[in-house]
Design a protein around this ligand. Structure first.
Ligand code: WTA
Length: 637
């Protein structure tokens, strides 16, 4: 039996039991047998239940890039590490071998050093899905700089907020990006963001779309000429296991996005371990995760998890619809992809199109399919299973979060039975507990409650950058000694988990987590707006879409509502990004509020979803009369 690679259900149960009975011994063995350390840890786990500070493998020394790159140079230097498929199908794919990756990471790291980046400095990365994105993460990790990747679909304001929150020293960006038939200029967005970012001293610019961009003297540098002069020799900076590896922002129910901090040793162990098991990775596989590296899925399962296992990881630059709806399937055929990991929203969008787009391609190389990011509905699951997996490839419905660093609940293919809409069983080391409304743990099966995790795991986020208090309040104040996920879940009669969705004010739109507060703040900036509230409502493709209730300062005839709607979405695009645009905007005279003045989003959510018969008791509201008016004016389509 191998703890590192689980191959059957019996084995899973044995390994799981061991991981719960003695978590420290379990993780110690995994860490010892499968990774390269420069110095061994003094203690496997330090868990301070008062301060909520957790340390894994404390005292150990390592560099994650030695695990993701250097060690494979001895065994497999010519194996493809990153397989890059460009947006344009006529542009050749790039096969970047481990040897080449090593050289490119070392050169890039030397450029960072040359520009004054040191261990512990934060570097903001704002790049499209091109090889330089993965390479820049690794280059930071090589020298111990902390990367903070900001998804390149975010606006200048969102970028600036994140740069300032982490006091980043440098931004790495490109002139622009290709997305389907469109080209998008990125550098002007960075320039706008940098109008007020005192910590930034330099900007590295990758040439991709060859647009003409403005370069600021003594601040902006084209990357290519610097790389050409850089040495390929860059010894890895030796890090402590608990040194920060990266910050990644995620939306909260309220306030600023939270900069989740992930550290080096535990994150590496857990990302690699879960990649191996959830995707049953084997040497000859060609693994493809279609997420963007701007999200945690890309960090853990495009870059760190696959590379730590010496895998070939495919990176696709473009969109699923270009040049047509068959692009994903054509890529699978072209590169003989064995594992394909994507989001339910993409599956739903592709399932709406003619099957001809799928049937044109030979998908027989596929062995395992995965989904992540939001609950997958039964119809989409079956479409994926029947048409893509041809009923022979297990689907791993993987539940996890930016905060968890790695997959937490998921089937292990060929071991765990799969059931549509169920994430099934916790991975080794993960101890879920469902809680009732009174804060008691629900024991036994066939129960539904709030999902918490009882025991620390190696890749859990250690804190929120600069705000440990908020970390404790958000994740550890609801239930004593338990990490609260913000999700609801049920456990069925056999002990399998099904995630039922967020129980807070985070709304998942097309797999992107959106907090209500920054969007409402943006809307409220419009001079005509007095107050607003947004909620999610079910959407065929996006999973959820946004419904905005807006109170205007002056109502009355003559207001051009359509134009106002456009302006509101324009502000949201500028402040947050196009992903946060509202599908429906209803102008209203009032919002339902509690007597303490809190907006009752629960009621608005029900109305927006057409569930007006389930509003419950509204008589305790401050202003129950507005509810009727809101229902009457609901925007139907
Ligand atoms: C949701 C993405 C149901 C959940 C890795 C979680 C899911 C949030 C699933 C985290 C799944 C993720 N089934 N819901 N398989 N996977 N979620 O931080 O609500 O972008 O809390 O991390 O997505 O989203 P995040």
């Amino acid at each position: 039996m191998s703890n590192y690679h689980i191959k059957g259900l019996e084995e899973y149960f044995q390994v799981y039991r061991k991981s719960v009975d003695n978590p420290e011994q379990f993780w110690e063995e995994i860490a010892e047998e499968n990774f390269v350390w420069r110095k061994r840890w003094d203690e496997v786990l330090k868990w301070n239940k008062e301060s909520h500070k957790v340390k894994w493998f404390d005292g150990a020394k390592l560099n994650i890039t030695e695990n993701c790159i250097d060690r494979h140079l001895y065994t497999n230097p010519d194996k493809t590490a990153i397989l890059f498929e460009p947006n344009d199908p006529d542009e050749s794919a790039q096969h970047i071998t481990y040897k080449e990756l090593h050289e490119r990471v070392c050169k890039f790291a030397n450029v960072l050093k040359d520009k004054g980046v040191k261990k512990g400095d934060r570097v903001c990365i704002y790049l499209p899905m091109i090889p330089e994105l993965a390479i820049s993460l690794l280059a930071c990790a090589r020298i111990g700089a902390v990367h903070s990747v900001v998804f390149a679909g975010f606006s200048a304001t969102a970028l600036r907020t994140r740069i300032n929150d982490a006091s980043c020293k440098m931004v790495i960006t490109s002139d622009g990006s290709y997305r389907g038939a469109k080209t998008i200029d990125l550098k002007p967005i960075v320039d706008e963001a940098l109008l007020d970012t005192p910590s930034i001293t330099s900007v590295l610019v990758v040439k991709r779309i060859r647009s003409s961009v403005k370069m600021v003297a003594d601040r902006d540098y084209w990357l290519q000429p610097l790389l050409e002069q850089a040495s390929t020799d860059c010894p890895a900076t030796i890090m402590n296991a608990e040194d920060e590896l990266f910050i990644l922002y995620t939306s909260g129910s309220t306030g600023m996005p939270k900069g989740m901090v992930h550290t080096t040793g535990g994150y590496m162990v857990y990302a690699a371990y879960t990649f191996k098991n959830v995707f049953q990775y084997r040497d000859q596989d060609i693994y493809w995760c279609s997420a963007d590296i701007g999200w945690i899925t890309g960090h853990s399962y495009i870059v760190y998890g696959p590379l730590a296992n010496g895998a070939t990881t495919l990176m696709y630059e473009g969109v699923p619809t270009y040049p047509d709806w068959g692009r994903f399937w054509s890529i699978i055929e072209k590169h003989q992809v064995t594992q394909f990991y994507t989001a339910p929203t993409a599956i739903r969008a592709l399932a709406k199109e003619k099957l001809d787009f799928v049937e044109k391609y030979d998908l027989s190389s596929l062995k395992i399919l995965g989904t992540v990011g939001e609950p997958i509905n039964e119809e989409a699951w079956h479409w994926y299973n029947d048409n893509i997996g041809k009923k022979k490839s297990p689907i791993v419905d993987t539940w996890w979060q930016t905060e968890t660093g790695g997959i937490m609940i998921s089937p292990i293919p060929y071991a765990t039975p799969t059931i549509p809409t169920f994430a099934t069983l916790p991975l080794p080391g993960i101890q879920p507990a469902l809680m009732d409304e009174n804060g008691e743990e629900l024991k036994g099966n066939q129960v539904e409650g709030r999902l918490t995790i009882k025991h620390p795991w190696p890749s859990m986020a250690r804190t929120i950058w600069g705000n440990h208090k908020r970390y404790v309040e958000t994740y550890f104040s609801a239930y004593k000694d338990k990490y609260f996920t913000g999700d609801g879940a049920l456990r069925d009669a056999t002990g399998f988990y099904r995630i039922t969705g967020r129980v807070d004010d985070v709304i998942i739109v097309s797999g992107h987590n959106l907090g209500t507060a920054p969007i409402e703040d943006a809307i409220n900036e419009h001079p005509a707006v007095a107050e607003s509230a947004i909620v999610g409502f079910p959407h065929d493709i996006k999973g959820n879409a946004l419904y905005g209730y807006v109170i205007l300062k002056e109502t009355g005839e003559g207001r051009d509502h359509d134009n106002l709607r456009k302006e509101i979405n324009q502000i949201i695009t500028e402040r947050v990004g196009p992903i946060a645009k509202l599908d429906k905007i209803q102008f209203t005279e009032g919002l339902p509020k509690t007597r303490s003045g809190k907006i009752m989003r629960r009621i608005l959510r029900k109305i927006a979803s057409g569930e007006t018969s389930k509003l419950g008791d509204i008589s305790t509201l401050l202003n129950p009369e507005v509810v009727e008016k809101i229902i009457d004016n609901t925007i139907k389509s």
